[in-house]
Design a protein around this ligand. Structure first.
Ligand code: LLP
Length: 424
């Protein structure tokens, strides 16, 4: 459920018409609905209500401070993957005991900052990382709280670029090495081994891979218990998909939670009142945001009809990178017009610069506004300055009000850190 809808054929975000924001802010811009964000978080939170849990929203999906602030005020924790994301979490006042630090390549500087802040868990992905963390914690005279991220070797049945839980992926500790590494970790003096983590991929639309992965890790937990290693946290990562196209519905968070909790119900981990951690990103933010763009030109090619926008692959790279489908809607809806197969493209000098390919759409003309839906996750956060294009503004709507929560970059800002080679 989201708060983008037509009223008298005008597309609204909550109580604000999108054309009104476009007029005030210019285009392109990302527009987020705060009520939708909050609703998605609540639904997810409630789905796990029957089990002790912590929901750590995955900051990489959308790290705008206003988004993080809205979620942290609802009790969300954060899953972070860099020192930058840690700084954002701190900026919005996320308590350290609600932060898990994931990622295969944490630097010493990042680890130190997270140790000093006192995060809940480091999700450690290799033996080398474990030893580095132990050393740094020793220098700071602290104990580092650790979970090992295990690669369960399960096929998530999603796009290869966003699969992470297969043996051939760079992520996690190989399943068969896990027991040995836990034994080793338990002997390191500056670590406190508290958890087990896994994350198998993103935009998953089937339940089976989640269920398979949780069975594999629960088995491992049992093995650990036999050795006296009793873990307090089980982190099952994120990855639940969202509907990008009408008709293709991934499981509702309630169904997803039901399936995971059924696996957990009879486990010794549940009997010991262990805490379950989840790291959802897309399912919280994805359908809470749209990209609003304006049509610059309409070009009748020899084979195709091109609608050329002022937004392109540098603003939303998902179609170019994953061939992802995003619904396109006109901001002003008109009826009774014949739809045609259309290429919706950006201004970038690459043929991969498209937002929709062979899409049946009503006619557009110069100056029309349209929205690219489901752009609240991995939209702005993956945008770039390619072609020296300033990154777009971000707007948050709350009821009948809106605010620019990130100003559009200026061209001067883009060149700020550059200089000519100094003259001797
Ligand atoms: N936890 C870890 C360790 C992750 O690597 C990710 C996502 C998440 C949680 C959150 O996953 P989610 O619930 O959002 O699926 N750029 C891609 C998605 C990359 C996902 C990376 N990791 C896209 O636009 O589809």
């Amino acid at each position: 459920m989201d708060h983008f809808f037509y009223r008298e054929n005008r597309l609204f975000c909550e109580q604000v018409p999108l054309d009104q924001i476009a007029q005030a802010v210019g285009t392109p811009f990302y527009c987020y609905s705060e009520a939708t964000l909050r609703h998605h978080f609540e639904v997810f939170e409630e789905a796990f209500a029957s089990f002790p849990h912590l929901i750590c929203y995955s900051v990489k999906a959308n790290s705008n401070l206003a988004v993080l602030d809205a979620l942290v005020r609802q009790g969300a924790g954060f899953d972070i993957v860099s020192g930058g994301e840690l700084a954002r979490a701190q900026r919005v006042g996320c308590p350290p005991e609600r932060i898990v630090f994931s990622g295969v390549g944490k630097t010493a500087t990042e680890m130190r900052a997270a140790l000093e802040y006192g995060v809940l868990l480091f999700n450690v992905e290799s033996r080398d990382e474990l030893h580095r963390l132990n050393g740094l914690a020793g220098q700071l005279r602290r104990k580092a709280p650790v979970a090992l991220r295990i690669n369960p070797d399960v096929d998530p049945q999603t796009h290869p670029h966003i699969s992470t839980g297969l043996r051939r992926n760079k992520f996690g500790i190989p399943y068969r090495q896990a027991l040995d590494l836990y034994r080793e970790a338990a002997r390191l003096p500056h670590l406190e081994v508290l958890g087990l983590d896994c994350h198998i991929g993103s935009q998953l639309t089937a339940l089976e891979p989640f269920v398979d992965a949780s069975r594999r890790v629960l088995l491992l937990l049992k093995g650990l218990e036999r050795e006296g290693i009793l873990l307090r946290y089980l982190d099952l990562g994120g990855g639940l998909g969202i509907p990008y196209e009408d008709g293709r519905m991934p499981p509702h968070p309630g169904i997803y939670a039901g399936a995971l909790l059924a696996e957990l119900a009879t486990s010794p981990f549940a009997k010991r009142h262990g805490t379950l951690i989840l790291e959802p990103g897309r399912v919280i933010a994805g359908n809470a945001g749209v990209l609003v763009a304006r049509v610059e030109y309409v070009k009748e090619g020899e084979e195709k009809l091109f609608v050329i926008l002022d937004a392109g692959m540098n603003d939303l790279i998902r179609p170019a990178l994953y061939n992802a489908y995003h619904t396109i809607l006109p901001v002003a809806r008109r009826f009774g017009q014949e739809e045609r197969l259309t290429e919706v493209v950006g201004p970038i000098c690459e043929s991969g610069d498209f937002l929709a390919h062979d899409r049946l759409l009503p006619p557009f003309q110069e100056g029309d506004l349209l929205v690219v839906r489901s752009a609240g996750a991995y939209g702005f956060t993956m945008s770039s300055n390619y072609n020296t294009r300033p990154r777009v503004a971000e707007v948050m709507v709350r009821g009948d009000r809106f605010a620019v929560v990130r100003r559009r970059e200026t061209i001067d800002q883009l060149m700020e850190n550059e200089s000519l080679f100094p003259v001797p």
